[in-house]
Design a protein around this ligand. Structure first.
Ligand code: TYD
Length: 202
């Protein structure tokens, strides 16, 4: 099974992901957890360019290609081999982050991003995607003062990110679940586990 977590920065997705992985482990599932961009040597190098570099100009199209390149390496090196070995993969962000951050909020054509990512991942789609939703003023407050290159884009950009995730969830046929992140962590986790159980049965 392949599970993805998406959402605006500061929505609490990493906390929820960690708890879900623990729970899956208790059920006896072998889980591989990874982070997009990251988790491979190339992915970590690209992540550092994308999030930390302040002096290197990066156009929106180049940014989209770099995120997507990190993803290709992640799929080839970790995700596909793990799924082929019968493991469950839980991934922090995937293609919808590019569709939303570089498409909806970055104004690149969304169909191009879908096409490039189809090639980049050879069409690998998750079974289940959780989109943790939170009002931008709450998520920005959680992020605090020390912001990386992406996080420093400001509230207008993040309003587009949030709206993009909501729009994509409504468009998606099945397998994409919009989760209200403005509740206690325990309540959110209970919902995630209930939904995951349903998918595990199928
Ligand atoms: P994330 O790992 O969630 O950040 P953090 O470790 O700070 O919680 O995501 C990295 C940032 O990159 C985040 O701002 C979202 C952004 N991003 C894109 O803009 N496009 C993408 O395709 C991906 C995967 C992430």
């Amino acid at each position: 099974m392949f599970i993805v977590f998406e959402g605006v920065d500061g929505a609490g997705k990493t906390t929820q992901l960690t708890q879900l992985v623990e729970w899956l482990g208790q059920l006896g599932t072998t889980v591989v957890t990874c982070k997009d961009p990251g988790s491979t040597k190339l992915g970590e190098e690209l992540r550092s360019i994308l999030l930390s570099s302040v002096d290197t100009p990066i156009s929106m199209r180049a940014e989209m290609m770099l995120f997507t390149t990190a993803r290709t390496q992640l799929v080839d090196e970790i995700v596909r081999p793990a799924l082929a070995a019968g493991k469950t993969v839980v991934l922090d962000r995937y293609i919808y982050s590019t569709i939303v951050y570089q498409g909806h909020a970055g104004n690149l054509p969304i169909d191009d991003i879908r096409q490039v990512n189809h090639i980049a991942t050879e069409g690998l789609q998750p079974d289940l995607t959780f989109v943790i939703d939170l009002p931008v003023e709450v998520s920005m407050q959680r992020l605090g003062e020390s912001l990386d290159r992406m996080e420093s884009r400001g509230a207008d950009y993040f309003e587009k990110v949030r709206a993009g995730f909501i729009a994509e969830t409504k468009l998606a046929p099945t397998g994409m679940e919009l989760i209200d992140g403005n509740r206690s962590p325990a309540e959110i986790q209970a919902e995630l586990q209930a939904i995951t159980k349903r998918y595990l049965k199928n």
